[in-house]
Design a binder for this molecule. Structure first.
Ligand code: NAD
Length: 278
């Protein structure tokens, strides 16, 4: 991606964390929200976090906190925020009507080259983007909270998304240090929440103590779980596919397995160190 300007729509938890990810990657960031006060608070939070990260040695990227902060500007004018941007990451509340309204506003003001990406946790691209003039440029980039610390991003195209948009989004995420995973098609709950919900629902059956999680996400979890198929046999064509993919990634020879184990152990040591500091 040539230009270095990313626009973030919505400066809450996820918007601020994305702003930090892109600034760490050296991108200029324009943070847009409906209220100036929200933006002022957001910027103060980002400043505080960056300074603390710098002091503790955990600031990402090669630039100092001051230099990264200088890359982030805020505004309450959507048009000014997105003008000249190559990538727009929408981070407004999880409400279909609100998001649809925002994407139709963006649809009217963007050109044919910008990528329109949503942070939505569970709204399907076909619900969000169908009917937009720029639907080919639309995609979901679902982060894990907070993306600054948890790099996984699920990239979910709309059926009409141009494949080059998926590839560019994937490359951009890699460039800023995230760990993107591409989904070939949309599915309720994407992959991460399907996995989480499978574990949560089984834990629920076993123990039944997850009252708060279930109260908050009850309807969404039921929607996703209802789309689960029958219990798999864990064999056949899918088993072969998994075996093949795993053998390509980690060939079953001692040198590769050893390197992979070392890598895993280094990660676990890093994680343990972080946990100690919490
Ligand atoms: P949040 O409530 O913290 O932030 C939302 C922001 O959007 C606020 O700053 C609000 O002022 C702003 N906003 C509201 N209406 C707006 C409008 N019309 N135009 C511009 N800005 C507007 O929410 P969040 O937790 O940051 O979540 C944002 C998105 O990210 C949601 O779609 C959510 O599902 C997704 N997400 C959240 C998490 C999480 O754990 N928080 C994880 C992954 C994905």
């Amino acid at each position: 991606m040539e230009s270095t300007h990313v626009a973030i729509i919505g400066s809450g938890l996820i918007g601020c964390s994305w702003a930090m990810v892109f600034a760490a990657g050296g991108f200029k960031v324009k943070l847009y929200d409906i209220a100036q006060q929200q933006l002022t608070t957001a910027l103060e939070n980002v400043r505080k976090q960056m300074k603390e990260l710098e002091e503790s040695g955990f600031l990402k990227g090669t630039l100092s906190a001051e230099k990264q902060l200088a890359l982030i500007s805020v505004c309450t004018d959507m048009k000014a925020a997105v003008e000249g941007a190559t990538f727009i990451q929408e981070c407004t509340p999880e409400n279909l009507e609100l998001k649809k309204k925002i994407f139709s506003q963006l649809d009217l003001i963007v050109d044919d080259s910008v990528i329109l990406s949503s942070s939505t946790s569970c709204l399907l691209p076909s619900k969000l983007f169908t009917g937009l003039k720029h639907v080919k440029q639309c995609i979901v980039s679902h982060p894990v909270n907070p993306p600054y610390f948890v790099p996984l991003v699920e990239i979910v195209p709309h059926p009409e998304t141009d494949p080059s948009v998926t590839e560019k989004t994937y490359a951009l995420m890699k460039k800023v240090g995230q760990s993107p995973v591409k989904l070939n098609r949309e599915i309720e709950g994407f992959v991460l929440n399907r996995l989480q919900y499978a574990v949560i629902s089984e834990a629920w059956r076993l123990v039944g103590v997850f009252q708060i999680i279930v109260e908050r996400y009850r309807e969404g979890m039921k929607l996703v779980l209802n789309t689960f198929g029958p219990v798999p046999e864990f064999s056949g064509e899918i088993e072969q596919k998994i075996n093949q993919a795993m053998s390509e990634k980690v060939p079953a020879i001692p040198k590769h397995l050893g390197a992979r184990r070392e890598w895993r152990d280094d990660c676990l040591i890093g994680l343990a160190k972080l946990k100690k500091q919490m």
